[in-house]
Design a protein around this ligand. Structure first.
Ligand code: SF4
Length: 211
């Protein structure tokens, strides 16, 4: 889904984040909309009902984020696009980058479950990709997200070849009731051996179960 009007809906942004989603000090900008329906999604308001959503143009966002220009320059930081799924809006991100200049680092937090064309549009300038892989096993992935991971794996392979593994961090979660420690180990082995991924962040979802 390419947005040719070049405005994009957002559920909000968060300034002055330190080394949580990219180098240095960053602003996290969250788009509305996601192709997946993860069972333990922490941001369901980013794709469920379109409520409390604000439309931005790239220029408006540059003006808004420029307030932290000095912090970005001093720390090697910049703007991280998350969501929802930021790669539903590649033209917005491209125009933002064109307007912002070369000094800010642009990062994306993505599931990679998007058309490859979206990746091609941003591949020249994105500084770092934080990929939420869920699980490498397609059955587990489908049960957890409602979609196949076929496109994710194609995109990951392409991305490693195109931009290099050092620009990619893959997050591999332990997902209660969906994968086991052996599944996580298997995902990590595949990522290393078959995809050449070197930056891997293994972590656990903490789920509060309703009584
Ligand atoms: S990819 Fe992220 S935003 Fe989308 S449903 Fe899954 S956890 Fe939620």
């Amino acid at each position: 889904m390419l947005n040719d009007k070049n405005t994009a809906p957002s559920i909000g942004y968060d300034r002055l984040r330190i080394s949580t989603d990219g180098e240095g000090i960053t602003t996290l900008f969250c788009f509305w909309g996601c192709p997946l329906k993860c069972k333990y999604c922490l941001n369901p308001h980013s794709w469920k009902i379109r409520k409390n959503v604000k439309e931005f143009t790239p220029r408006q966002l540059v003006e808004l984020t420029s307030i932290d220009n000095l912090y970005f320059l001093a720390t090697g930081g910049g703007v991280t696009f998350g969501g929802g799924e930021p790669l539903l809006y590649p033209m917005f991100i491209k125009e933002f980058n064109d307007l912002a200049g070369q000094e800010w680092n642009i990062n994306v937090e993505t599931s990679l479950n998007v058309p490859m064309e979206s990746l091609r549009i941003v591949a020249d300038f994105v500084h770092h990709y934080i990929v939420d892989i869920k699980d490498m096993d397609n059955d587990i992935y489908k049960r957890y997200t409602g979609k196949s991971n076929e496109q994710v794996l194609k995109n990951l392979k392409w991305l490693v070849k195109e931009v290099g593994a050092d620009k990619i961090t893959v997050r591999v979660p332990h997902i209660p009731d969906f994968n086991t420690s052996d599944d996580v180990k298997h995902s990590i082995e595949l990522l290393k051996k078959e995809f050449g991924i070197t930056n891997i962040d293994q972590f656990k979802y903490h789920i509060v179960k309703k009584i």
